[in-house]
Design a protein. Structure first.
Length: 339
């Protein structure tokens, strides 16, 4: 009998792997914004057409890429961010898997324009279905522009799974807001369908929270700040009377990475106990910085779930830090609140 196993060609392997990383336009938004942050950009512009179905473009003024790297970045497992297994436990960058651009190029049409400050000319590359269509020198500003066009043009089954424009746009705005919140020192803008949705000048975290989450939080944020040898917690919670009936403005960032954690959410909610009605949700934007060796961000490709080496300690610190911040409100529990 003949042997029956064969190795899949790269473009098919990439397309399968892409399913993990790029589920919808918002996944590409997250990956491209993170790349711009990792490139040290101080200005990042996001341009969306058709809720990202026809265009997701990110323009940054970061360090750019050489001609060779501009081609290499689309290879699978191609990354400048880690070199060995040890680095995996000291990650300070948002990315490290070297999969995002390979995935995007496998399921969309991509145009990359990039230039380093020291180079005379930049590089333009057009790639689709993991195949380079064009590569040429080009006049370009310092930094990188990546345009992802017609997501899933070659995977109709996945394209059909995309939700309405309103729903996909909501996901995009969520990703944009998370990254904008975690890097208040970077200018961000978001343009959708030719209209400016966000224009966020760089400033303090407090200013960024108000810019992103709404003017009504102005003068209604309470500072959280607690530092130990093990970790540093900082950020803001809303005054108890800003608690809303809907969940929403609640953010944890671990080493600047947005994460979801029902466990840590519980720590915050318990600190608010007695100060807000049982069925309401306070704002929080809390940053937890600790030794990267104390967290495993490798558990999920989209990296929203992480594992702490010692979850209980983090819980206790979060709860204590928020309680401490709210101490001024605990004498007279708030009975009235805005909707
Ligand atoms: P990762 O971010 O995990 O390294 P990506 O596929 O997202 O993997 O990117 C691959 C590589 O391409 C990065 O490691 C980086 O060197 C380079 N790169 C991607 N985006 C940019 C950018 N906006 N500016 C400069 N270099 C970039
Ligand atoms: Mg990346």
């Amino acid at each position: 009998m003949a042997d029956i196993i064969n190795l899949l060609p790269d473009n098919i392997a990439n397309q399968i792997a892409a399913g993990e990383v790029i589920q919808r336009p918002a996944s590409a938004v997250k990956e491209l914004l993170e790349n711009a942050v990792d490139a040290g950009a101080t200005e990042i512009k996001l341009i969306i057409q058709d809720a990202g179905k026809s265009l997701v473009q990110v323009i940054d003024n970061g360090k750019g890429m050489s001609e060779t790297d501009a081609r290499m970045c689309f290879e699978r497992h191609a990354t400048s961010k880690i070199r060995n297994i040890d680095d995996l436990f000291h990650i300070r960058t948002m990315g490290f898997r070297g999969e995002a651009l390979a995935s995007i190029a496998a399921v969309a049409q991509v145009e990359l324009k990039t230039k380093r400050a020291d180079d005379e000319t930049g590089t333009f590359i057009e790639i689709e279905n993991s195949v380079v269509k064009k590569q040429e020198p080009v006049a370009a500003a310092n930094g990188t522009s990546i345009a992802m066009k017609n997501l899933f043009f070659n995977v109709p089954a996945r394209r059909n799974f995309l939700k309405s424009n309103a729903a996909e746009m909501r996901h995009i705005v969520d990703e944009f807001m998370r990254i904008a919140l975690s890097f208040p020192g970077i200018f961000f803008s978001l343009t959708g369908g030719g209209q400016q949705i966000f224009h966020l000048e760089k400033g303090s975290l407090k200013q960024r929270i108000v810019q992103v989450l709404g003017q009504h939080y102005n003068a209604r944020l309470v500072t959280v700040q607690e530092k130990t040898d093990y970790l540093n917690i900082y950020g803001f919670v809303g005054k108890p009377d800003t608690a809303k009936k809907t969940r929403g403005d609640q953010y944890f960032f671990v080493n600047n990475r947005f994460i979801r954690s029902a466990y840590l959410n519980h720590a915050v909610m318990s600190a608010f106990k007695e100060m807000i009605p049982a069925d309401s949700f306070p704002l929080y934007a809390l940053f937890i910085d600790l030794d990267p060796a104390q967290v495993d961000i490798n558990v999920h490709p989209t990296k929203q779930e992480i594992k702490f080496e010692d979850e209980k300690i983090v819980y206790a610190f979060v709860q204590a830090a928020v309680k401490h911040a709210l101490a001024q409100f605990s004498i007279t529990p708030t009975l009235e609140f805005d909707l």
